[in-house]
Ligand binder design. Sequence first.
Ligand code: LLP
Length: 429
Amino acid sequence: MSDPTNDAGHLTIGGVDSLQLAEQFQTPLYVYDVSAIRDQIRAFKRVFEAQHFNYAVSYASKAFATIAMYQVAKQEACHVDVVSGGELYTAAQADFPMADVSFHGNNKSEKELREALALKVGTIVVDNFYELQLLGHLLAETPERTQNILLRVTPGISAHTHAYISTGQTDSKFGFDVDSGLAFKAAKLALANPQFNLLGIHAHIGSQIFDVAGFIGATQKLANILKDWHEQLDYTPSVLNVGGGFGIAYTKDDDPIPAEDFVEAILKTLRAQNLPFDLPAVWIEPGRSIVGPAGFQLYTVGSSKNVEGLRPYIAIDGGMGDNLRPALYQAEYEAVKADDPNAQPTQDVHLVGKYCESGDILINHAHLPAVQPGDVLAVKSCGAYGYSMASNYNRNPIPAVVFAENGQAKLVVRRQSYADLTQNDLSYD
Ligand code: LLP
């Protein structure tokens, strides 16, 4: 598919000229096409509505968490999930409705749980026995209060994805194991405490998954767990949370099914299980598929290095500090020239960053037309886990974030200044 351009032939993002964005806000820069975010949320919702399911689309905000993003989620009547006190705080700063927040994590601290209770977070996704007990103690301080919880289970399904982002297999740090009976024991404990309102179960089998079979298998397994609990514990769930993980295209070689088609398969599978009780509401937690394709990173070309017989190195003004994914997961991306995104590539280069590591290779095989110092490159599909995993490595400031929509651009995160870098440093003179 060709990239959208304006009359000047320049790449546009959210209807805004990308060169103009680079000039106005400088590079490196994160830019989001906000309509693409809204469209994906709406596409998920349409599947549930067409299949007549009660549902929640809960945006997994670890993929990209800023006040502006929580505001967009709120505008789209989307739920969100948070995984730390910091994400929870940011959602609260955005005035996000706390009833629509789920709090995840395999080692929530007492402080974080207290913060969640104080803010009246809608659902706490309990991961382990320690947390079940801790939360029970905290709730006992206000005996009249109840708290909605989900139990995170490990369904024993391994998704075919990178080992670091695969979570559903039995040997995992997350959740109550099903096959060894720990999940059943957790359900019994949760049901025995009247301050817990056990909504149902949660499972997340991994991330950047292309194969729908993992979701079908997980849905069958989850339905069996619920049948078992219904029979043995006389328990009827109201929610089944099937997690996120729907894969997206990063390069032309990736050919995933549309993210909403995963959901359709999950719903059809669930309906076919003939549950002995009313179908629970189905909650999903997509992160990457909501913000990934909507995000671009703009960089400016600087130095290059050519050695006879070797592929050239072309350096840009960012790198592993603003997108760690290539260095961490060998993730692949594509770059285009912002002033002519559909130009035919003429060279295969190492597109490298400016960080002091040989592994700071943003794109190992970047297929580019001829480029000069000062040219702006746009890397595509970097809206998920780029800004959210950014660091100040080498004391490089974290770039700004701009939201572009309907031809308008708005700065939503300021670029860090040098002063920001030292603001928490204390003297030892
Ligand atoms: N729900 C839970 C419980 C999760 O752990 C995750 C992701 C999600 C939902 C959202 O998954 P998504 O739809 O975004 O795939 N940093 C890695 C990805 C780590 C994902 C961790 N959990 C990356 O850059 O690929």
